[in-house]
Design a protein around this ligand. Structure first.
Ligand SMILES: [Zn+2]
Ligand SMILES: [Zn+2]
Length: 431
């Protein structure tokens, strides 16, 4: 009998005698679980190795399959996604041979391939590692790429794939600032919220938010969702899900009642971001949102621009330098004066009212810009982004905000202004 068949019959034998498990000690049950998991992991790796060998020999095309993925799908009755993923992993984890020259190429993921043989890694880990490395920029030096793979492989031996994903994301943010910023911006474009009614007249909510928006929503909801005071000695009977729903409703009422979530009345909800001072000043590196999501320094600068954020600015050794005061609060009188001057978002063509706007520091406070009218301009969320990320420049000329477009928008870079009340006043006489 060949070895895999022997292995299979041994496993069947084990299953047939599973009634004897009741006699095993707890410890031997744990040991058995660990061993069987290693067996299944090694079997998966072996299956990928066999698939890669079949692929090298051209077996898929002999069976009129256009790719290894299609071949695996038909042979093993796998879903299209699963078979394509296995084909990708088979290639990444085994060496390839150029048939015409006979040259052998090492696996794309050599460290992962080696670690897999110990049975410590699961294919779930490999997926995370493969995806992360594939997403890194091609310009990255080979050595950095190898270091990144080794780092993730080492982490994978201590973390589950879900936890590894978080580590991989942080690593990627560090190695690929541009790509991560692009992704952050794509995630903003992909924000969506669906509000539908079901047959019983209830409202269903479904949507997707980018990390930053998610953190803002979470913070706002979390602030309002704490259990109510136990007035009669009883604890709040509402479960966490119910309290979150009530909190969302609270937010809606607050906005509708004219509390104006960003009007500066009372303590505004805060979003916590941690970042090193030099990273923030030099716009390099990454910060961390409250829930551990990495975020580019460029985005931290934007959200730290107004007072809705508590930046925990760290010194060179990573100790908090100053928490909560580093971002200067725009005082209410200045905010009101800004609302009068700009009338709302000052960006050309925008009509968002002041309560939807951030007070943007034209010269960032981290560079010594002061919190004074001449250095501030009101911008709504999307236009605040445009100014921080899309190359628009702002200046205040004769008490009015003026925007210089990036070259790709206007090669001559002619300044633009939002039409304010004074622009329309000359039409008053005509009417
Ligand atoms: Zn700003
Ligand atoms: Zn705007």
């Amino acid at each position: 009998m060949d070895q895999p068949t022997l292995c299979l019959s041994l496993l069947r034998d084990l299953l047939d005698h599973s009634d004897q498990l009741s006699r095993e000690s707890d410890n031997s049950l744990l040991e058995l679980l660990r061993t069987l998991e290693s067996v299944s992991r090694l079997a998966s790796l072996m299956a990928l190795t066999v698939a890669a060998e079949a692929d090298r020999r051209g077996v898929p095309s002999q069976h009129s399959c256009s790719s290894l993925g299609v071949f695996l799908r038909r042979l093993l009755r796998l879903s299209p996604g699963e078979s394509a993923e296995r084909a990708r992993m088979a290639r990444a984890l085994t060496e390839s041979i150029d048939e015409s020259t006979g040259t052998r190429y090492p696996p794309v993921l050599p460290a992962t391939a080696t670690a897999l043989r110990t049975g410590e890694l699961d294919l779930g880990h490999v997926r995370v590692i493969a995806r992360t490395l594939a997403a890194l920029p091609l310009t990255l030096p080979d050595q950095v790429r190898r270091d990144a793979e080794a780092f993730l492989t080492e982490q994978a031996s201590q973390l589950d794939p879900h936890q590894l994903t978080a580590v991989a994301r942080t690593l990627r943010t560090r190695l690929d600032q541009d790509g991560t910023l692009r992704e952050e911006q794509d995630a903003v474009e992909q924000r969506e919220l669906h509000i539908t009614r079901d047959r019983r007249g209830r409202t269903r909510i479904r949507g997707v938010l980018d990390a930053e928006a998610g953190a803002a929503l979470q913070t706002a909801i979390h602030t309002l969702a704490s259990p109510g005071p136990a007035a009669d000695g009883r604890t709040d009977p509402r479960g966490p899900a119910r309290r979150r729903a009530d909190a969302l409703l609270g937010l809606a009422h607050h906005a509708l009642d004219g509390g104006g979530l960003t009007s500066g009345v009372g303590e505004r909800p805060h979003l916590s971001v941690t970042i090193g001072f030099t990273q923030l000043r030099d716009v390099a590196g990454t910060g961390t949102l409250e829930r551990g999501d990495p975020i580019t320094a460029q985005s931290v600068r934007r959200i730290a621009c107004d007072a809705q954020v508590i930046p925990a600015v760290l010194n060179a050794t990573g100790e908090p330098l100053d928490i909560g005061r580093a971002s200067p609060t725009v005082p209410e009188p200045i905010r009101r004066a800004l609302a009068v001057r700009d009338g709302g978002c000052a960006f050309p063509g925008c009509d968002r009212s002041p309560s939807w706007c951030n007070a943007h520091h034209i010269r960032h406070w981290v560079e010594g810009g002061d919190t004074a009218l001449r250095n501030l301009v009101l911008l709504c969320g999307p236009h605040h982004r445009a100014v921080h990320h899309d190359g628009w420049q702002v200046r205040v000329v004769h008490g009015r905000a003026e925007f210089v477009p990036p070259r790709w928008v206007d090669p001559t870079r002619r300044p633009r202004r939002n039409a304010g009340p004074h622009d329309f006043s000359r039409f008053d006489a005509a009417s």
